[in-house]
Design a protein around this ligand. Structure first.
Ligand SMILES: *[C@@H]1O[C@H](CO)[C@@H](O)[C@H](O)[C@H]1NC(C)=O
Length: 183
């Protein structure tokens, strides 16, 4: 597992494991976000998992990883009726997942460059696999929770912001197995 350096406003940042750490986004905003940094800047596989609760019925973005060549380096997003995962600007859509309002749910997304395949797991239930990028994600990397970076490192829009709670955010530089994801 990669250890994130968590930067919250101007507080002195120290490396932290985000297990059990809850982030609350209490209102729609184009500023509130959590910024994560990682020591690794070149990825050929990624798994991101977290738990969340929201009552938003519009589109919103959970997780946005940006690199200079693709501001949509890795995006996890809910659109109305589907989830989207995007790697290096190549979007994959997942429909028919059992998303529920105002219920604590777990979401994991996996991707690897070798096959280009992405997959989502909502509450331990797998989506079909979809094709995304077959190229490495190459930094410098900036990661935000709760906002979508429409420019490398910033430019947020309220209408894409997350409102609710997120916890247990983890990122790995490999594709976790189904057993690992379900545990
Ligand atoms: C892709 O990323 C992996 C893991 O960081 C690295 O070992 C490999 O050299 C990278 N490949 C290219 C073509 O950059």
């Amino acid at each position: 597992m990669l250890f994130f350096l968590l930067l919250v406003t101007s507080c002195a940042a120290t490396p932290q494991n985000l297990q059990g750490k809850m982030f609350t986004f209490p209102e729609e905003s184009n500023t509130a976000n959590v910024r994560l940094t990682t020591s690794k800047q070149d990825f050929n596989a990624v798994t991101v998992c977290f738990r969340f609760l929201t009552d938003l019925s519009r589109e919103f973005t959970f997780f946005s990883l940006s690199v200079p060549s693709f501001y949509n380096g890795v995006i996890f997003k809910n659109e109305v009726g589907s989830f989207q995962m995007c790697v290096n600007g190549k979007q994959a859509y997942f429909r028919g997942l059992d998303f529920k309002l105002n219920k604590c749910q777990s979401l994991c997304g996996t991707w690897e460059a070798a096959s280009g395949l992405t997959q989502l797991w909502l509450n331990g239930q797998p989506s079909s696999r979809r094709l995304s990028s077959k190229s490495n994600i190459s930094g410098p990397i900036t990661i935000t929770l709760g906002q979508e970076q429409d420019r490398h490192g910033g430019f947020f829009e309220s209408r894409q912001s997350f409102v609710g709670m997120m916890t247990d955010v983890h990122m790995w530089d490999s594709v976790l197995s189904p057993c690992e994801i379900k545990s």
